[in-house]
Write a protein that binds this ligand. Structure first.
Ligand code: F6R
Length: 260
C-alpha cells in the first residue's frame, strides 16, 4: 500500500488527477472505474480543466461507476447518472455509450447487479479504479460487514451513510435506503486502485483502513490485500495515522520514490 500525504486537499486532488492523466495518456482506451460523492467533485472539475487545456482526451475511454441508488431514474437530480453527467461526462469528449453505471430504476435490481458484474468482466478489466471512503470505512456502498468476497449486488445503506447523504435530498426520508454497488472482490480485481480521502471526518476510517486489521468491519481495509493500491490523503485525513513519519520519509510531500 502506497500512502501519499499532501499538505492540503488541492494538492492531493491534483495527484489523483495525474494518475488519471498518466493512465489515459499511456493507454487511450483505458477502462476507468469511477466514484461519486463530495470528495470527487474537485477531481472531476480538475479533469475537465485538463481536457479544456488540451492535455487529455477521454474519447476512447470506457468507464464503470461503482454504484447507484435503487429507486432513482437516471434523470433524477440525486442519481449518480445525473452526478456524472453534471460533474464530468457533459464537459469532456467521452463517448456516453462507453460510460456504464448501474440502473437504479431497473425492474429487477438483483438481475441488474448481475448484468453489471458481467459487463465489467467482459470489458477486459478495470485499469484504474478511483475510490472515496465513507466515515464508516465503506468503499462503493460496501457498508461494514460486507463480505470481502462480495460481487456487484444490492446493499442496504447504513443510517450513518444516509445521514451523510441526506444533504443532497430534501429530507432523510427521501434519501434512498438501498443501492447497487460493485462488490469488494469486484473492486479488488481492478489492476490499480487509487483512493482519495480528505478532511478530518475521514481520519478514523483512514487509520482503520491503513493500519487496522483486514476486517469486514472496515471494508476499505481490504485494499491492504491489493498489490497496487495508492491512498492519497491531505494532512487532516492522515491525522490519526501512527506511522506518519514513515510515510513522509518514503514519499516526501506525497512524491513518488524509486522504492515504496
Ligand atoms: C460513491 C462512493 C462512496 C463515496 C464515499 C465518500 O460512488 O463510492 O464510497 O466515495 O461515501 O463520499 P464523500 O466524498 O461524499 O465523503
Amino acid at each position: 500500500m502506497k500512502v501519499l500525504i499532501f499538505d492540503n486537499e488541492e494538492n492531493a486532488t491534483r495527484r489523483v488527477a495525474d494518475f488519471v492523466l498518466d493512465t489515459v495518456t499511456k493507454e487511450p482506451n483505458s477502462v476507468l472505474g469511477l466514484a461519486t460523492g463530495g470528495t470527487m467533485l474537485a477531481l472531476y472539475a480538475l479533469l475537465c480543466r485538463k481536457y479544456h487545456d488540451g492535455l487529455v482526451s477521454f474519447s476512447d475511454v470506457t468507464t464503470f461507476n461503482l454504484d447507484e441508488y435503487i429507486g432513482l431514474n437516471p434523470e433524477h437530480p440525486c442519481s449518480y447518472h445525473h452526478y456524472m453527467r453534471n460533474a464530468f461526462f457533459d464537459h469532456v469528449d467521452i463517448n456516453l455509450s462507453n460510460t456504464k453505471i448501474p440502473y437504479g430504476n431497473a425492474a429487477d435490481p438483483s438481475e441488474e447487479a448481475k448484468r453489471y458484474e458481467s459487463q465489467i468482466a467482459q470489458s477486459n478489466g478495470i485499469d484504474l479504479q478511483l475510490l472515496g471512503i465513507g466515515q464508516n470505512g465503506h468503499i462503493g456502498f460496501n457498508e461494514p460487514t460486507s463480505s470481502l468476497a462480495s460481487r456487484t449486488r444490492i446493499k442496504t445503506l447504513t443510517e450513518s451513510t444516509r445521514q451523510a447523504n441526506k444533504v443532497y435530498f430534501d429530507s432523510l426520508n427521501e434519501a434512498p435506503k438501498y443501492s447497487i454497488t460493485m462488490g469488494i472482490a469486484t473492486i479488488l480485481e481492478a489492476r490499480n486502485l487509487v483512493l482519495l480521502a480528505t478532511g478530518v471526518s475521514k481520519s478514523a476510517a483512514v487509520s482503520d483502513m491503513i493500519e487496522g486489521p483486514i476486517s469486514a468491519s472496515c471494508p476499505a481495509s481490504a485494499l491492504q490485500m491489493h498489490p497496487s493500491a495508492t491512498i492519497v490523503l491531505d494532512q487532516e485525513a492522515a491525522s490519526q495515522l501512527k506511522l506518519t513519519s514513515y510515510y513522509h520519509n518514503v514519499h516526501p510531500q506525497g512524491s513518488d520514490s524509486a522504492f515504496d
